[in-house]
Ligand binder design. Structure first.
Ligand SMILES: NC(=O)c1ccc[n+]([C@@H]2O[C@H](COP(=O)([O-])OP(=O)(O)OC[C@H]3O[C@@H](n4cnc5c(N)ncnc54)[C@H](OP(=O)(O)O)[C@@H]3O)[C@@H](O)[C@H]2O)c1
Length: 225
C-alpha cells in the first residue's frame, strides 16, 4: 500500500533530499515549500509540490484545506532558518528573533496542530527536525542564540505533541539530523545531505510507537533534553 509523507519545508537541503529519496522508494510525497514553481525544477515529477510559508497561519490553513484531512503516514517538520551566525553570547535583534522564532517554533507548532489528526488517522509518525543546539544538557557553545532558543522551544513543542497525539496512536519524535552540508550546515559539515537522509530514513523506518516522545539523532542515539 502506498505510504504518504508530507514534508514541511522541502525546497532545499534536507527537505529536498528527503522528498527525492522517499519518492524513489515509492512513497507518495507531498513537498510543501514557499516557492513551488522553483522547487518543481529540482524534484522528481511524481512529487506533489504544494505551497507553504511557515510564517503564515493563512498559508498553513490553506494547505490543510487543500489536503482535506487525508491520512499521513509521516509528517516531517523540516524547514528552518538560522539567524545570525555569532560564536559568542549576543542577544538577537528584534527582527532576527521574530523571524527565527516565527519560522522554527510557531510555524511548526501550527503545522503539527493542523496535520496531527491526519497522522493519527494513519497511526503514523511526526518527526520534528530540531538540533542538538537546542539541547540544554548537551550544549557547549554560547553563540547563535536565536537559533538555539528556537530549537529548545521546538523541542518542548514536539514533546508536548507526543503527550497529546501519542495516546491517540501517533508516534512523535524529535530528531537532530546531524551536522550536514547544506546551505545552513555549511561546507565544513562532515555529512553529505545524501548520506544524512539515508541514515535518517533508515532510523525512522526502525522506530515504533514505543519511541513516542524521544529526542534522538539521525542514528537513533538518544539525546538529553
Ligand atoms: N544542516 C545541518 O547541519 C542541520 C543541523 C541541525 C538541524 N538542522 C535542521 O534541519 C532542518 C533543515 O535544515 P537544512 O540544513 O536543510 O537547511 P537549508 O538547506 O538552509 O534549508 C532550509 C529550508 O527551510 C525552508 N524554509 C525557511 N523558511 C521557511 C518558511 N517560512 N516557510 C517554508 N519553508 C521555509 C527553506 O525554504 P526556502 O528555499 O523557501 O528558503 C529551505 O527549504 C532545519 O530545521 C534545521 O534547523 C540542520
Amino acid at each position: 500500500m502506498n505510504r504518504t509523507v508530507l514534508i514541511a519545508g522541502a525546497s532545499r537541503g534536507l527537505g529536498l533530499e528527503l522528498a527525492v529519496q522517499y519518492a524513489a522508494e515509492g512513497w507518495e510525497v507531498l513537498a510543501a515549500c514557499r516557492d513551488p514553481e522553483e522547487a518543481h525544477k529540482w524534484l522528481p515529477p511524481s512529487v506533489k509540490v504544494l505551497k507553504l510559508d511557515l510564517t503564515s497561519a493563512t498559508s498553513i490553513g490553506a494547505l490543510a484545506w487543500e489536503l482535506d484531512e487525508a491520512p499521513l503516514d509521516l509528517l516531517i517538520c523540516c524547514g528552518g532558518v538560522y539567524g545570525a551566525e555569532t560564536d559568542s553570547f549576543l542577544a538577537p535583534g528584534d527582527d532576527e528573533f521574530d523571524r527565527v522564532m516565527h519560522t522554527n517554533v510557531l510555524g511548526h507548532a501550527r503545522v503539527i496542530q493542523a496535520f496531527a489528526p491526519c497522522v493519527v488517522a494513519a497511526r503514523g509518525m511526526i518527526v520534528t527536525l530540531t538540533s542538538k543546539m537546542g539541547s540544554i544538557s548537551e550544549t557547549t557553545g554560547s553563540g547563535a542564540l536565536a537559533y538555539r532558543a528556537s530549537k529548545a522551544a521546538l523541542n518542548i513543542i514536539a514533546k508536548a505533541a507526543s503527550n497529546e497525539f501519542g495516546p491517540q496512536g501517533a508516534t512523535v519524535v524529535t530528531m537532530h539530523p546531524g551536522w550536514v552540508r547544506t546551505d545552513m550546515g555549511g561546507t565544513e559539515a562532515p555529512l553529505t545531505v545524501i548520506d544524512a537522509v539515508e541514515q535518517i530514513r533508515g532510523t525512522l523506518a526502525g522506530l515504533g510507537h514505543s519511541d513516542n516522545g524521544r529526542f534522538i539523532d539521525f542514528s537513533g542515539r538518544s539525546i538529553d533534553w
